[in-house]
Design a binder for this molecule. Structure first.
Ligand SMILES: Nc1ncnc2c1ncn2[C@@H]1O[C@H](COP(=O)(O)OP(=O)(O)OP(=O)(O)O)[C@@H](O)[C@H]1O
Ligand SMILES: [Mg+2]
Length: 413
């Protein structure tokens, strides 16, 4: 029986459930994707649950699809969390270390992180999602990345603490549990996206990963291989579509299709005479617009979004420390021309980040929109590796029976 990892990316536009088996911890591609399920998101707004019943149903639909594809139940999953309620601070934790020949142990590191967690000033109505180590100080020696095995008496950790709104967290957990899936860990979505699309060299040098989804733009700054800052803003692809709908006077669904089929953010690439046709509001009418006009509308929103991203990065104080530049992911990163426009505006290296394809069903999801989902699996895999915990695929329990029942229903006759 193999070790199984499952993940649910609860996005504003789509829910994506994934089941993978750990193939071999030493291989470059450690996961084999065995089940994928998608559902259009319902009951979510700007990355947060606004209708528990609708969101639960959409999550159940995606999970069920993944379970049927994998032929395995999903008793627990790593679940992504996002929204403007996310905030972060750094805090220190100090512990005394008992003299021993084996030096600092993982338990000592855990105790130091626990000290950082318990002394963090948690604002009212918030709770801690992550406590992530940035650097350690052992006695007088500062700037240590990994103190395990070193000798010393006083271990101090500088940790990054990520908070979220308690009610937003409770609502998300409730939706996932509604389908009998336990939340193995909540994972900040840009942290997960970073797992999927950044190279070790980028994380080491200094880079910002920006996941522009449908309802949120999630940013995470990585330096020296750890998270230094994160911020979520409520802007995303839905605003691009809304601008097109207003600008061209078409329904939202038509604007979405125009954006995806003909969208671009470099209007100068299109001659004024290149026209596109689309249904207008009302019955039967249609409109004709130049593709350049569509690109002007999208470019204006892209520039505004990039300005907001730049403002947030400057506000973090790390703007001068990102030689690896920016890696864009999320569905909106597929908008043609966005990389060129970003490079021109920010004067940084920019690339579009897609998760590496995984063996199994993974080829179809090598797309920037799946950065969070794949990243959640990789996050889970990394956690398991560090803690040595394994989750075996369960045998016949009530969940397995549920899956077998569905499989039976799918069979003809
Ligand atoms: N080819 C494309 N060109 C432009 N935009 C696209 C394309 N494909 C998808 N999008 C846009 O990407 C957005 C959805 O992205 P994504 O799937 O990453 O969002 P999400 O994870 O559901 O939402 P969020 O992370 O914001 O909560 C939509 O606004 C959609 O219009
Ligand atoms: Mg997303």
């Amino acid at each position: 029986m193999s070790d199984i990892i499952a993940a649910i990316d609860v996005g504003t536009c789509k829910i994506c459930a994934l089941i993978a088996e750990v193939v071999d911890d030493e291989r470059e591609e450690p996961l084999n994707l065995i089940g994928v399920g998608h559902a259009p998101a319902r009951g979510l707004h700007k990355g947060m649950v606004v209708n528990v019943a609708e969101a639960s149903e959409a999550i159940a639909q995606a999970v069920e699809e993944a379970e049927v594809a994998a032929g395995l139940p999903m008793p627990r999953a790593y679940v992504g969390i996002s929204g403007e309620h996310i905030s972060t601070i750094s805090n220190r934790g100090v512990v005394a270390v008992s003299r021993s020949s084996q030096g600092i142990t993982r338990q000592d590191v855990e105790r130091a992180l626990e000290a950082a967690r318990t002394t963090a000033p948690v604002p009212h109505g918030r709770e801690i999602i992550h406590t992530l180590a940035r650097r350690f100080t052992l006695d007088e020696q500062t700037g240590i990345r990994d103190p395990i095995g070193m000798q010393g008496h006083r271990l101090e950790v500088e940790a990054q603490i990520v908070f979220g709104s308690s009610s937003a967290i409770a609502n998300l957990v409730k939706c996932v549990r509604a389908y009998d899936v336990e939340v193995e860990e909540l994972v900040l979505e840009p942290l997960a996206s970073g797992e999927a699309v950044l190279t070790p060299a980028e994380r080491e040098l200094g880079v910002v990963v920006v996941d522009i989804g449908g309802g949120t733009t999630d940013m995470a700054i990585f330096l020296e291989d750890s998270l230094w800052h994160t911020v979520v803003r409520e802007v995303g692809g839905n605003l691009f579509t809304r601008d097109v709908a207003i600008g061209l006077r078409t329904p939202f669904e038509v604007a979405e299709e125009l954006k995806i089929r003909y969208g671009h953010v470099l209007p100068e690439r299109f001659p004024a005479e290149e026209k596109i046709h689309a249904p207008a509001f009302g019955d039967g009418g249609s409109i004709t617009v130049s593709r350049r006009t569509l690109a002007y509308i999208l470019a204006a929103r892209a520039e505004e979004t990039l300005e907001l991203i730049l403002t947030e990065i400057k506000r973090s104080g790390y703007d001068g420390m990102l030689p690896a530049g920016m890696v864009l992911c999320g569905g909106t990163a597929q908008l043609p021309g966005l990389k060129t426009l970003s490079q021109k505006m920010l004067q940084w290296p920019v690339r579009i980040g897609s998760p590496n394809s995984l063996p199994g069903l993974g080829r179809d999801i090598a797309n920037p929109a799946f950065a969070t989902g794949i990243g959640l699996l990789l996050w889970g895999w990394r956690q398991r590796k560090q803690t040595g915990k394994k989750r075996r695929s369960p045998g016949h329990g009530p969940l397995m029976d549920r899956v077998i029942e569905w499989l039976r229903n799918l069979l003809p006759g």
